[in-house]
Write a protein that binds this ligand. Structure first.
Ligand code: Q9C
Ligand code: ZN
Length: 678
């Protein structure tokens, strides 16, 4: 099992810079690398990573994505004077050359390939390469947008060739469209390319029709090119998250990659002069952690853009923290995507419906004409009546101007708010007497005796039939001490075996009395959950098979599925497209997952579930399992081990319809549930 996070940094890549006055290129400076690295040192993150060395890429590698003519042309720049460099640079769009550019581009690519090697050979589990020049705009015979060689595209071709990697996912979260990468794989079904980018109906650079959502790939690669064009600036955490939850993640699970490469540009972060977006640094920790359960944890993050040094370096640190397995800070801001983002997401889902199973059951249709019409006849967007997403949109715009006033001050106070200390111990286990392999890595917590009266006061309404059950008090005797340790931040998460799922409800109540302001209780299986259905502190989501007319409120959400077998696919997609959007809106400080036995869910699905739920509540999660044979798997996932990949499962149609109905009822209250404008 590979462990550790590789980090690549090398000052060689700082040895080129802009030699003449060329405003569009003035932001791509050497300090982008040193500022990122200094910040990593400042936070003590460098010493926690495994340093990886760089090398120059060889010509054969460069030519995996570039023509010989282009290679020779770039090579010739090494001996040019400034006048010649100028002339050469102006052959291309928004790129400059320096006598050291060729060398740096070879090191930048070589560094990327070193990271791929380290991950593929299990020397590290994942890693990040701080490189420049960036790569994703460069094409077969063309430099473009500060990019010389396409590092990530070549890395994908290299992995296919050197390791026989069959499916590679490229996630391009840079704010620009990596058209170079798109062109490299548009006919290749083995590379799924996902890019979001500032587009503004083609008004933003590189102003290509090819960047729109309806460009989906060609030939056998049709359906494997995913463009998310943002038609407004000011996109923030909720918008990015919605794109991940409703498009990228379900698609990625269906695609089942063996390797993930991230074209990690941080010009999509707040304060960047190019992107003018609003995502805060911790958003990138969320994006990273959400990708980590895929591809057996094989995740290579490669720097692309990012031009606000403060925002860039904080975002790099957040990404590295997530790679290291640190708890991710909660996301700030109202978790409501803006109307423009919802439009984009709806269009992407509609255009990809023919190619992806998970989209088959959605009643999606285009609203394409809306956006285009607006541009053509000059109508201002907005006023889509009922939607409070308009507010989010306005909020984003005020945030942009506020940011311009004093960015560093904003960032100082923001980082002070979000930086969280990881508990010293990751996982606690209530005494269970089982022989477990990872026991030595867990904290064993002693049970205590709980009196009936202590539990009685936790339930309003006085329905205390449960209290007669001795098993309940015994279970709570194990659970309460675990909750104490988690809320006191002595441990991050915990697992306990309990024969009663209803103990989850008492656990949730108890945690609100010891300091958790909001709790998410997710119950898998049939059980009577004695809880106040209108208690806004506790959001209960219960999934079970029996048809049942339980009363539903915004805070008690039963999901009744039709068949009682093989729920793995249903559960995973429900988590991504329904439970996580709800949960991000609730902002729990503790997650309690209660797992029944014989519920038609396999252990590794639960591992994915527990990994993904750790994006919430700074990773504070208590798992209560009825079945003791699940503990081993649950523990491993809580400890942060890589998870074996899931076979692509589908969401069954009748269960999809259950979600459609619930979404309609709940999206007014839980805004992140909105994934279409109708
Ligand atoms: N303001 C990367 O982020 N200039 N390249 C655009 C419009 C080119 C960005 C001008 C930006 C290139 C890797
Ligand atoms: Zn960029």
């Amino acid at each position: 099992m590979a462990s550790g996070t590789g980090l690549i940094y090398n000052e060689q890549m700082m040895s080129y810079n802009l030699l003449w006055d060329y405003p569009v290129c003035s932001i791509e400076i050497p300090e982008r690398l040193s500022a990122s690295y200094e910040k990593l040192k400042y936070y003590g993150l460098v010493e926690r990573c495994i340093p990886l060395s760089v090398r120059e890429a060889i010509e054969e590698e460069i030519m995996l994505a570039h023509s010989l003519d282009y290679l020779e042309a770039v090579k010739s720049t090494a001996s040019m004077n400034v006048e010649e460099l100028k002339t050469f640079s102006y052959n291309y769009g928004d790129v400059y050359f320096h006598p050291n550019s060729y060398h740096c581009a070879k090191v930048s690519l070589g560094a990327t390939l070193q990271l791929v090697d380290a991950v593929m050979l299990d020397r590290v589990r994942n890693g990040m390469a701080l490189v420049r020049p960036p790569g994703h705009h460069s094409q077969k015979s063309e430099a473009c947008g500060f990019c010389v060689f396409n590092n990530v595209a070549i890395a994908a071709k290299y992995a296919k060739q050197a390791y026989g990697t069959k499916r590679i996912l490229i996630v391009d979260w840079d704010v620009h469209h990596g058209q170079g990468t798109q062109y490299a794989f548009e006919e290749d079904p083995s590379v799924l390319y996902f890019s979001w980018h500032r587009y503004e109906h083609q008004q933003f650079w590189p102003n290509l029709k090819d960047s729109d959502y309806d460009v989906v790939g060609k030939g056998s690669g049709t359906g494997f090119n995913i463009n998310i064009p943002w038609n407004k600036v000011g996109m923030g955490n909720a918008d990015y998250l919605a794109a991940f939850l409703y498009i990228l993640l379900p698609m990625a699970y269906e695609f089942n990659p063996e390797l993930i490469l991230v074209s990690a540009g941080f010009d999509s972060a707040i304060g960047d002069p190019e992107g003018e977006m609003c995502a805060t640094p911790e958003c990138f920790a969320h994006l990273t952690q959400l990708l980590m359960p895929l591809a057996n944890g094989k995740l290579c993050v490669v720097l692309e853009g990012g031009y606000n040094l403060r925002s860039l370096s904080e975002s790099v640190c957040m990404t590295v923290r997530a790679l290291l397995g640190d708890p991710v800070p909660p996301l700030v801001g109202q978790m409501a995507p803006c109307i423009s983002a919802i439009e984009t997401i709806q269009n992407v889902r509609a255009v990809h419906q023919p190619y992806w199973n998970y989209l088959k059951n959605h009643d999606s249709f285009f609203i394409e004409d809306l956006s285009t019409k607006k541009r053509n006849i000059g109508i201002e967007e907005g006023n889509s009546e009922s939607s409070a997403a308009t507010n989010a949109e306005e909020k984003n715009i005020t945030m942009v101007s506020k940011v311009n006033q004093d960015f560093d001050e904003f960032m100082d106070s923001h980082m002070k708010k979000v930086l969280v200390l990881a508990p010293r111990v990751r996982t606690a286990l209530a005494s269970c007497g089982e022989k477990l392999t990872r026991l030595d890595q867990c904290l064993q917590v002693e049970e205590k005796k709980i009196a009936m009266e202590e539990v009685g006061v936790l339930i309003s309404g006085g329905d205390c039939a449960h209290l007669k059950d001795e098993n309940l008090l015994l279970s709570l005797g194990k659970i309460f001490p675990l909750i104490d340790k988690i809320t006191k931040r002595e441990v991050r998460n915990g697992v306990v075996v309990s024969p009663m799922l209803s103990s989850g409800a008492f656990a949730a109540r108890y945690s609100t009395t010891v300091g958790a302001s909001r709790v998410l209780l997710l119950v898998l299986g049939e059980a009577d959950i004695p809880t106040d259905k209108d208690d806004e502190k506790i959001l209960v989501v219960q999934i079970y098979g029996k048809q049942d007319e339980k009363r539903q409120s915004n805070y008690y959400i039963p999901i009744c599925w039709k068949e009682n077998n093989e729920w793995d696919g249903d559960l995973l997609y429900t988590l991504l497209e329904f439970i996580l959007p709800l949960a991000y809106g609730h902002r729990p400080e503790l997650v309690i997952l209660a797992v029944g036995s014989n519920i038609g869910i396999q252990a590794f699905t639960l591992a994915h579930l527990t990994h993904l739920l750790q994006v919430l509540a700074e990773g504070r999660i208590l798992v209560i399992s009825r079945a003791s044979d699940l503990v081993e798997t649950l523990m491993s996932s809580l400890l942060g081990d890589p998870i074996s990949t899931m076979r692509p499962f589908a969401l069954k149609q009748e269960n999809a319809l259950v979600l459609v109905k619930l979404r309609r009822e709940l999206k007014q209250h839980w805004k992140l549930l909105q994934n279409s404008v109708n």
